[in-house]
Write a protein that binds this ligand. Structure first.
Ligand SMILES: Cc1cc2nc3c(=O)[nH]c(=O)nc-3n(C[C@H](O)[C@H](O)[C@H](O)COP(=O)(O)O)c2cc1C
Length: 194
């Protein structure tokens, strides 16, 4: 419960690099997620390098501004995104994207479970993570998939930046859960003749 409650979206990172071995551990945690009929429909794209990620951030923003402006208007972080120099990767040095491979049963849902495993494991290692939904439309462009060597029939589902957090985590906030139903059907006591 502590790990689940204390994991936060981290948006400020130290310059310290995340060792490759830790990145591999995070991916190992991801693949222990459950999946429909154990189909394990995931693949991972690892991109390292702050400067290169900053350049990709500019390209991803450009794509959002030109192709999807209406989606941005509805987005509560769109003002921040429009500030010059805003880095969608928050200055992290590693981006791990969970990619869904073609599969029969809802592969994207399985990939989301894998992504949560990865983020909780990262938290356990003292790392911070942040999902970056902003970059997903750009990563799924056919030309960008080609550039990264991703098969065209794979879909970027959850891009996640990883790094060492620069600040102590702030407290999270959650609405109380809405219980839409909680139905109890007690078994009838077995008829007894004794
Ligand atoms: C699918 C998805 C996309 C997200 N995209 C972004 C994003 O592009 N940029 C960002 O800073 N945070 C992004 N987040 C992080 C959320 O804003 C964050 O998880 C939420 O505000 C709850 O905060 P917490 O994770 O600290 O509890 C995304 C989260 C999810 C699940």
């Amino acid at each position: 419960m502590d790990a689940i409650r204390d994991r936060r979206a981290v948006r400020r990172y130290t310059p310290q690099d995340v060792p490759d071995a830790l990145v591999a551990d995070l991916i190992d945690a991801a693949v222990w997620a459950p999946s429909a009929v154990n189909q394990q429909p995931w693949a991972f794209l690892v991109v390292r390098g702050r400067s290169r990620l900053a350049a990709f951030s500019e390209r991803a923003k450009e794509h959002l501004f030109t192709v999807l402006p209406q989606a941005l208007e509805l987005h509560e972080r769109s003002d921040e995104l429009r500030q010059p120099g805003y880095n969608v990767f928050h200055g992290a040095g590693v981006l791990i994207t969970v990619l869904a491979k073609p599969a029969r049963y809802a592969p994207a849902e399985d990939c989301c479970l894998a992504a949560e495993n990865l983020m909780l494991a990262a938290h356990g290692f003292g790392l911070g993570t942040c999902p970056v939904g902003f970059v997903r439309p750009w990563l799924n462009l056919p030309a960008v998939k080609d550039e990264f060597g991703i098969p065209q029939n794979y879909e970027a589902v959850m891009p996640i930046v990883v790094g060492f957090p620069a600040d102590a985590p702030v407290a999270g906030f959650r609405l109380p859960p809405q219980i839409a139903g909680w139905l109890s059907f007690p078994e009838k006591a077995a008829a007894s003749k004794i």
